[in-house]
Write a protein of this length. Structure first.
Length: 408
């Protein structure tokens, strides 16, 4: 059976109290009933030109399939998001202004722009951070890969690497430029000060994509994949299945393994642990248990969100500027599990607090629909940032481990 839930008209103010951490809701019936009907997967509008999942897949096809980590990858498409906000791509750090900050606050950019105002950065690595159009980080922290696509010059990259002390290392599938083979860094070198070991090795991949990693071996794996001599991350079943269910206007995504969706029990107080157990017991009485989740993808579509208390924004609200949708996709073991997960998450979103802040989840993201995909064992969840929240709340929840609503 395929399950779909629409929740826009639910009274989301009948929720939990927020004072001082977890507050247990009173037991009772679900706030709404589920109706079985055919799920409709997201489809692009005729106005869509750039298809976000394809842009992401083009980068995933350059990464090895055996990558691991609680967070498998984090992707952001600055170019498409800026275009959706009506802004031109940046050419220099002088273009960094309030409009750019407003347009990109929904994207998890990490360290991409940290040194954007330092001319030393471009001199060291061969590109200006503001000229990055897409960024993707993948793999275990401290031993991961960074892929960058943008308006780069291959000649400028190689000349900067030579000038900074990188040396070419030939592999079976191409050249790796190596400053040091390992994550250690020398603070006396600009490569060390600015890259902190993560940029010690580099290569140029197809479509002028630049890859950085701490070791020669890790960069070499991307050359092997790009040459077609090893399977890519895009071919992995969990990645491909989830990516096939997201909307065409996606501009950012983070994929996690299913085990990362539980709250950090080792840092919970006994009182908090008891409260979460009570919450789960009430949920199971109301709608049944949460099925296992094998992997999860979180993301956001192009657009701008204007919180209620935002005034005099650099980019004023107009009818042409779309509200972004926060998408969550849960890979389960069966279509039945996908429908059950939709019912459980919808219940939790109406009844549970944030495990990190204690405030009602519905004050962070407004759940619009929950459904089982019509072909894949995937739960389709669509949200919009709540009236009081910022557009970046979706990835902030991931980074603080506030994902218990989606886990078993």
């Amino acid at each position: 059976m395929t399950v779909r839930v629409h929740v826009r008209d639910i009274d989301r103010r009948r929720l939990l109290g927020t004072a001082g951490g977890l507050i247990v809701a009173g037991a009772g019936q679900p706030l709404f009933r589920l109706q079985a009907q055919e799920a409709t997967p997201a489809t692009p509008s005729s106005a869509d030109v750039e298809v976000g999942p394809d842009r992401l897949a083009s980068l995933l096809r350059l990464l090895p399939a055996d990558l691991s980590g609680d967070i498998l990858f984090t992707w952001a498409d600055l170019a498409t998001q800026l275009d959706a906000a009506g802004l031109p791509p940046l050419d220099s750090a002088d273009d960094l202004d309030g409009a750019f900050i407003q347009a990109t606050q929904s994207l998890p950019l990490g360290d991409v722009l940290r040194y954007a105002a330092l001319p030393e950065y471009e001199d060291t690595f061969g590109f200006a951070p503001v000229r990055v159009d897409q960024t993707l980080t993948a793999g275990d922290p401290g031993n991961g890969l960074i892929l960058l696509q943008g308006r780069f010059s291959e000649r400028a990259l190689r000349r900067a690497w030579e000038r900074s002390g990188y040396a070419p290392v030939e592999t079976d599938d191409g050249t790796v430029w190596s400053f040091a083979d390992g994550a250690e860094f020398d603070a006396s070198s600009p490569v060390g000060r600015l890259g902190v070991g993560a940029l010690n090795n580099a290569a140029i991949l197809p479509d002028a994509t630049v890859v950085f990693a701490p070791t020669v071996e890790l960069v070499a794996t991307t050359l092997t994949v790009a040459a077609g001599n090893a399977p890519s991350l895009a071919e992995r079943e969990d990645v491909a299945t989830l990516l096939d269910t997201v909307p065409a206007t996606l501009v950012s995504a983070i994929q996690l393994r299913g085990e990362a969706l539980t709250f950090e029990d080792d840092v919970m107080t006994p009182e908090a642990r008891q409260q979460i157990e009570e919450l789960r017991a009430e949920q199971e009485d109301a709608v049944g248990p949460m099925p296992p989740v094998d992997a999860a993808l979180f993301g956001i579509t192009a657009g701008l969100h204007y919180p209620d208390d935002s005034a005099d924004q650099p980019i004023p609200a107009t009818e042409e500027v779309l509200e972004p949708t926060v998408v969550v996709r849960l890979l389960t073991d069966s279509a039945e599990d996908a429908g059950q997960a939709a019912e459980v998450v919808a219940y939790r979103w109406a009844e549970w607090p944030s495990m990190a802040t204690g405030q009602p989840l519905a004050t962070l993201l407004d759940l619009e629909s929950a459904e089982a995909h019509e072909r894949e064992p995937v739960t389709i969840l669509n949200f919009v940032p709540a009236a009081e929240a910022t557009a970046g709340v979706w990835y902030q929840m991931i980074y603080r481990g506030d994902l218990a609503a989606f886990g078993p």
